[in-house]
Design a protein around this ligand. Sequence first.
Ligand code: G6P
Length: 609
Amino acid sequence: MCGIVAYVGNKDARSLLIEGLKRLEYRGYDSAGVCLMDHGKLFIRRAAGRISVLESVLDEQTVPASQIGMAHTRWATHGEPTECNAHPHMDDKSKIAIVHNGIIENFSAIKQFLSDLGHTFKSQTDTEVLAVLIGHFYEGNLSKAVQTALHEVRGTYGLAAMSCDEPDTLVVARRGSPLIIGVGSDEYVVASDAAAIVEHTTQVIYLNDNEMAVLRPNHFRTTTIDDTPVTKKVSEVEFSLQQIELGGYEHFMLKEIFEQPDAIEDCLRGRLDRREGRVVLGGISQYSRDIVRARRLIITGCGTAWHAGLVGEFLFEELAKIPTEVEYASEFRYRNPIIEDGTIVLAISQSGETADTLAALREAKDRGALSLGIVNVVGSTIARETDAGVYLHVGPEIGVASTKAFTGQIVVEILLALSIARRKYMSQAVLQEFLDALEKIPDQIRQVLEQSDAIREVAIEHAKRDNWLFLGRGFNFPVALEGALKLKEISYIHAEGLPAAEMKHGPIALINPGMPAVFIATRGSQYEKLLGNIQEVKARRGTILAVASEGDDYISQVADHVFTVPNTIEPLQPLLTVIPLQLLAYHAAVARGCNVDKPRNLAKSVTVE
Ligand code: G6P
């Protein structure tokens, strides 16, 4: 949510910043801006719209050659996405500029305080208030002024600041919003995530909350915002440039859907010990006794990660025999939750930066829970703050609609549940069956992906329908929710996901002739009951789209369209049944002319609450 990139070194900052912004565009894309140093003056250009609009603005003018600068792509919180509200924002003397990701919660009180002192404002943003506050405290030392200002601020920030009086200095700080410093040779690239850094260096420093850095071409200093020096470890980023490029696909979402077989192989790598017949999860091994003895598991997350958590509820109860609940992180954090001895909180997050999930995790830790994480982005805040965890290792996910992270999250939950089950009661033979089935999943997904063209035809046929239902039961109920979410977020079709039996308690009233109802109707414990639900929709002349098990001839007689998935054991089915739904959403969105990777109003990483 909002992307920051900043540079100080010996290269041309303009092109580096624009390239960096493009890599961060998935974090927010309603307006953008850049600040460069122009012989002791700040050269700032901003534009409403995508980064390409900012590029055209820059192309039309003489842009100073500068080796220091900062840029921002915005996802509006305070104030509409106009040029005036775009970042960078300057103080009212035009001496200091900042870019900012996060929310300054007490901005109106500070604005009032500054207005009473005669300061003026041009935008509606909380960020400009912070810029003016830094300017108010500025007495020739930017880092001091930033520190003083941040002490007055409540809320979250990842920020970069420049002053025209200190033309070779960049000051960056973080609380709540991610900020990473790439360390090159005599240069630093600062960004909200590593995607904008890996092209230049793989050596990075992760700033923690309440930490800041002062960067000059060949020197950096890290402190807390109270000015206590901190020594930071330089880590190696594990992903490559190739992983964050389209590689011939039209959209990142499609690329990531098709990457799932490999991504799951990567996720499983080294974790199935075939010889010993056990699951190896090194990241949590030091807590394995506590995990096996857990009396209650609370899974928390947002969006797709929350759906993966719902699949986890079935997995942990069915396989690991641990009473499990799944909580929206945004609700859990404010709900005064009861955490008794033996409670484990499991935070699921692709980015590892989602503000609500992070806050829920901190709340649980404060109340004494053991905290575990299932996270994709290595070194992210949630990964660092949980007591232990398991990385997905599915590679960077760029498309705003989460796909391979969802299947990766389920794979890790299965592994975790199986490792607990084995320690508790599961026989070697049963575990072996699961491991065999899991190993087949990548190839089975490959088979499902072969239906992409056929799914596109169906999507095109029904893409004009404005209301869809997604229905499933048991393990596939969360898949129905995920199918509906995928469709609505990228194609703007209204879609509802439901446990199939709930349909008759209200939603059935929505069904009219031709309305698409997508049933996840694979063979399993509730198959027959689900067939009954299909008949209820058919009787009202809805159009039935079914995800069914291979070889199920009966379904083809009742459904209008069938997408098949290979047979696997029931707890593993979501890994296969979600694939046709991802493709359906993708093709429907393309058919409706939507921008699949940058859907309106959304952002990939939601770092504000
Ligand atoms: C945003 C994204 C979703 C994602 C959710 C949670 O809403 O658009 O795709 O599922 O955040 O993100 P996380 O990074 O915590 O998994």
